[in-house]
Design a protein. Sequence first.
Length: 399
Amino acid sequence: MCGIVQVRYRYRIYPAPGQRQSLARVFGCARVVYNDCLRLRDQCHAAGEKISDTEVQRRVVTVAKLTPERAWLGEVASVALVQACQDARRAYKNWFDSLSGQRKGRRVGHPALRRKHHRQSIRLTRNGFALHGGRLYLAKVGDVKVEWSRDLPSVPSTVTVIREPDGRYYASFVVRRAATPLPACGRELGIDLGLASLVVTSGGEAIANPRFLRAKQRRLARAQRALSRKQKGSANRAKARHRVAVVHRKVRQTRLDHAHKIALRLVRDNQAVYAEDLCVSGLARTRLAKSVADAGWSQLLRCIEEKAAQYGREFARIGRFEPTSQVCSACGLKDGPKPLSVRAWQCAGCGVVHDRDVNAARNILAAGRADRLNACGTGVRPPSPAAAGIETGTHRSAA
Ligand SMILES: [Zn+2]
């Protein structure tokens, strides 16, 4: 078993007014470099030309600095620009691999250009930051005040400095932490993610989103509608945008808090937890995939994954598509698709009466067990995704 897990620790930071200006400059430069990288790669791709990573970096940073239009790139720490090139490279590669079928999981679209009003971020490696005396030193920005809400478990390898659309700043460190395995237990669990309930387990338990979260989500939808009615470029639009960003943060925080609690309980009480991979689940193929619910599911699965790695438990996503609502979990009879309005039915084969979601969770459990036994039989352990490294990207979704 791996004894070390890699995790992110995030802290709120309070840059002084001058530091905010320096940060705005480096965010802007990193954004421009990122977008230039994407454009250059698109051009080469369209021309059928191959371009090396070093050549991309040379053209969008080193050469660009010499031109009058991009001379200001020289004013910020170059480590942030180099990381922006790497972020763009990875985003492009993910899209490419997804197109060619080399990348498993959800289809990745063409990477989007970074925009000024969205979340801004820069990533710095060890030569771009330092920690001393409770302060975070950032190259060419200075010592920034940090609210240390908890101790860092180890010396961080990278830091991502973030400015959220609501105007708050954060530092997110990648650190290594010792795993703390719990005593083994024999239980295994399948979970089905849904809309009516956030989670339904193979044991028959339904876990809903708390009422206050649903209330906040309604408020977010209202704020977004208000924003869409405001005139482009107006002061009222800027205000409405800020309001959306604030409500968005509250939804995100409340949801994350809830996800942590559920994840901890599921991982603590079970040796293995299985879930349907979101990229193959029926829900993800509908328009609903873009909804608030989707963000909540991915966040919950990430929490379960992290906690399973931390506590020495198994978590697996069922990758292949199983028509989980078409198969009887008791006898295996496949009696075809049922409209979403059908919440319960009696199996024509064995007579068992099924709840739709519980039946799906039981099928997921069976598929997860089968995968696990297969992996054991061949002596190959399924890779633990959390141990394999977390996303170090700075361009995460809002979740
Ligand atoms: Zn049956």
